[in-house]
Unconditional design. Structure first.
Length: 45
C-alpha cells in the first residue's frame, strides 16, 4: 500500500513525458511541412 502513491506519480510523470514528446514530434512535423512547402514554392517560381 505504501508503494501506491509512488507508482501513481511515476505513471503521471511518464504520461507527462509522453505528451511532451508527442508535442515535440508534432512541432517537428509542422516545421518540416512548412519547410517543404517553402522549398516547393521557391522551386515553382
Amino acid at each position: 500500500m505504501y508503494h501506491y502513491p509512488l507508482h501513481v506519480s511515476q505513471d503521471a510523470y511518464s504520461l507527462r513525458y509522453c505528451l511532451h514528446y508527442m508535442q515535440k514530434a508534432e512541432l517537428l512535423l509542422q516545421l518540416r511541412e512548412s519547410r517543404a512547402r517553402y522549398i516547393s514554392k521557391s522551386v515553382e517560381t
